[in-house]
Design a protein around this ligand. Structure first.
Ligand code: IPE
Ligand code: IPE
Ligand code: MG
Length: 246
């Protein structure tokens, strides 16, 4: 096998999820969209455990995009309130279970109360290592590239010092390996400005399941699909890469 190829790993180290379909889940039950978001939060808590049990080290979830401010004010404030109650209610449990929480995204646009809640979630889980949960909140892939460039400029890097490694080390998820598996629930097949830079070689997996319904079977199905993929990173297939004449 040539040195440039990575053997297929059965379990992804890093899974990124666009948790989509909360609104439709609620609408189908004639409930307010907010109820879908509440259910979505419960799903996240369950799924986090499932992935941790399967050996996934990093889970990054899209919870609120840079563009989600376009939603009705009632829905936006409902989501913000859900974060506050969610942190108050579940943080201690998550911290005790070894979950390390990080929030990635533009914090400037968030209320002081919300910033304080996220800060507390990060602080009280900072020593944990069982699974790294990164919550993308007020996050956009384009925002991330721009903020990395701004940081590089602010640190005085010359143009010739700006390369992929220089930007990668300043991106919001610089602490994690690039996602191996990108999941989107809810049936849409688009990226919606999630991890544009980091998913260059992620395996994509789309599920029609609405996020509140995403359960252990769906987790298994996504991991099984991943295990069946052959990653090449621009190289050639494993059976074609044996050294010629060897
Ligand atoms: C995803 O679910 C959660 C957020 C964007 C906050 P949606 O609210 O987008 O659900 P649908 O796509 O309308 O069903
Ligand atoms: C992506 O879902 C954002 C989150 C899941 C937080 P959206 O529902 O906002 O995406 P679009 O609008 O369908 O592309
Ligand atoms: Mg949606």
């Amino acid at each position: 096998m040539s040195a440039s190829r990575t053997p297929p790993a059965a379990v992804p180290r890093h899974v990124a999820i666009v948790m989509d379909g909360n609104g439709r889940w609620a609408r189908r039950r004639f409930l307010p969209r907010f109820v879908g978001h509440e259910q979505g939060m419960q799903t996240l808590l369950r799924v986090l455990d499932d992935f941790a049990a399967r050996g996934v080290e990093y889970l990054t979830v899209f919870a609120f995009s840079s563009e989600n401010w376009k939603r009705p004010e009632e829905e936006v404030s409902g989501i913000m309130g859900l974060v506050l109650t969610g942190v108050a209610k579940y943080l201690r449990k998550l911290a005790a279970e070894g979950v390390r929480i990080r929030v990635v995204g533009d914090r400037e646009g968030l209320s002081p109360k919300l910033r304080a809640a996220w800060d507390e979630a990060e602080r009280s889980t900072a020593a944990n290592t069982r699974i790294h949960l990164s919550v993308a909140f007020n996050y956009g892939g384009r925002w991330d590239v721009v903020q990395a460039c701004r940081r590089a400029c602010a640190e005085g890097l010359a143009p010739e010092q700006i390369d992929e490694a220089a930007l990668a080390s300043r991106m919001a998820l610089a602490f994690a390996p690039d996602p191996d598996l990108f999941i989107r629930t809810g049936g849409e097949m688009r990226v919606s400005n999630f991890l544009l830079w980091q998913t260059a070689y992620a395996e994509l997996y789309f599920s029609d399941c609405l996020w509140p319904d995403f359960g252990p079977q769906e987790v298994e199905a996504a991991l099984a699909a991943y295990a069946g993929r052959e990653r090449r990173f621009g190289g050639v297939r494993a059976d074609e890469s044996a050294p010629q004449g060897a």
